[in-house]
Each structure stands twice: as C-alpha cells, then as structure tokens.
Design a protein around this ligand. Structure first.
Ligand SMILES: Nc1nc2c(ncn2[C@@H]2O[C@H](COP(=O)(O)OP(=O)(O)OP(=O)(O)O)[C@@H](O)[C@H]2O)c(=O)[nH]1
Ligand SMILES: [Mg+2]
Length: 240
C-alpha cells in the first residue's frame, strides 16, 4: 500500500471516518509494542513543516506545490517513519489574524500534539526569530506549555527542537539561541501553573535545543546534509 501517511482529523477537526482501520492495515503497530516515539512538527503556515518532516523521517505528507492552495496540511496527519519506530504528526495551524474561533480550534491540535510528543519540532523562519513583533513564538509556546501542564504536569518531558529555516553561513546560531531562550523563559513566566507546580521551572518539563537549516531551495545539498546530521542525532538519542 503506497504511502504511510494518513489524515486523522480533517480541516474541521473531525475524526476521518475509517482511519483507525486504515492505520491498522498500513502500520502494523501491534508489532511495535510500547517501544516507539512520537514526534510532532508545528509552526507558521507555509514555513516548510511538511517538507522537513518528509526529509527527516521519509514521510510523504502533502507539500505545497507551485500555484497550490495554502494551507496544504489540513487537520492532523500522522505517518510512520521510514527507518525507525516513530510516529510523526503534522498539523495544520491557522494564522494569528484569522477569525479567533478558527484560530483557537486549529491551534488546539498543534498544542495537543506538541504536548503529547517526545519531540516537538518548532519549525520557524529565521526572519521570524529575528523580528517577531506580534509575539507569535511566545504566544505559541504559552499555548503549548498550558496544554502540557494541564495534561501531564511534570509526568512527561517534551524536547522542543527549534528548526530555524533558511539560514546561511553568516547566520549566528548563538544569537538565534539567545533570542529563543528569552522567548522560552518569558512565555514560561506568563503561563498559569496548576496547584503544586507554581514554582516549577521550564526545564523541569521541557528540554530545548536549536538547529539551523539552510534553504532547501537555494542550497539543496547543504539542506540534505543538515537533515542527515539531525536524523543521526535523533536516532542516537531516541532509537534504542
Ligand atoms: N525558501 C524555502 N522554501 C522552502 C523550504 N522548504 C520548503 N519550501 C517551500 O515552501 C513551500 C511550503 O512548504 P510545505 O512543506 O508545504 O510547508 P508547510 O509548513 O507544511 O505548509 P502548510 O501545511 O500549508 O502550513 C513549498 O513550496 C516548499 O517547496 C526551504 O527550506 N526554503
Ligand atoms: Mg504542511
């Protein structure tokens, strides 16, 4: 059966009819037992999320083609990875300036998958890290923290991996990391903590790391090399 990717929730956040049976047929999860990882990817619309998930995990999520309609990813898609016991979740997210109710419902699927995953890849354009006048990064982080605290408290730790896209040789990783570090801490300060966790620190619940990726369009070979390196790191940590 071609392709291991399946749409679980449609663009109205409804479970796609018959998807559980299809997943059984395509994935054979019974063979996995409980020894597998869950990775989610999220971030701005059109920021290259599905492209990165496909390159890293050999998934085949739909990607925006020239003249195509955005957003390409509707609802929530899940795929098995090609070479490891990993489930990869790719979610739709709305723009900040759309109708508030739509934003909230679509945001829920990203925050839910992000909180549940062992690794959340926060895909972000370098330009947004450098100039985030609307506070999109902190906003998203705040929502992810709140979902995580509500569901798991300190019982589960998520690695937030910032994948900063369209970087060049001149990009200073130190400067991006320092900016993101500030966002991580300020969003944590603002989030309402449940009883008993009032004094918890962000790194009790989240690990975080920053990787820079060259443009897949302008520097395809460098992009592939960086993705191979990232996959190697992922495998070394998460694949036992
Ligand atoms: N400049 C540049 N473009 C890229 C890169 N990676 C992907 N793209 C292009 O960006 C467009 C969007 O890529 P997708 O992977 O569909 O992005 P997405 O974030 O999944 O998009 P939605 O699901 O619609 O939110 C496509 O035309 C890709 O070819 C990159 O590293 N640099
Ligand atoms: Mg997509």
């Amino acid at each position: 059966m071609a392709g291991k990717h399946l749409q679980f929730l449609d663009h109205e956040q409804q479970l796609v009819a018959g998807v559980e049976k299809l997943a059984d047929e395509k994935w054979n999860l019974n063979d996995w037992g409980i020894n597998y990882n869950v990775v989610a990817i999220g971030g701005q619309p059109g920021s290259g999320k599905s492209t990165l998930a496909n390159a890293l995990f050999g998934a085949e999520f739909p990607v925006l083609t020239e003249g195509g309609e955005q957003p390409t990813t509707k609802g929530v898609w899940i795929s098995t990875a090609a070479n490891s016991k990993t489930l990869v979740m790719d979610t739709e997210i709305a723009e900040l300036n759309v109708d508030q109710s739509l934003w909230t419902s679509k945001l829920s699927s990203t925050t839910f998958t992000a909180a549940t995953a062992s690794v959340f890849i926060f895909n972000v354009q370098k330009s947004l890290v450098e100039n985030d006048s609307n506070g999109i990064i902190s906003f998203l982080l705040g929502k992810i923290y709140a979902a995580h605290l509500a569901m798991f408290g300190q019982r589960h730790k998520t690695m937030i991996l910032f994948a900063v896209r369209n970087c060049s040789d001149e990009t200073s990783k130190e400067s991006l990391t320092s900016t993101l570090d500030k966002r991580i801490k300020s969003a944590w300060k603002k989030v309402k903590k449940p009883n008993g966790l009032e004094n918890s620190a962000v790194d009790d619940i989240f690990d975080y790391d920053v990787i820079t990726l060259p443009s897949k369009i302008a520097s395809p070979n460098e992009f592939d090399t960086a993705v191979d390196k990232l996959r190697g790191r992922y495998d070394a940590i998460y694949i036992r």
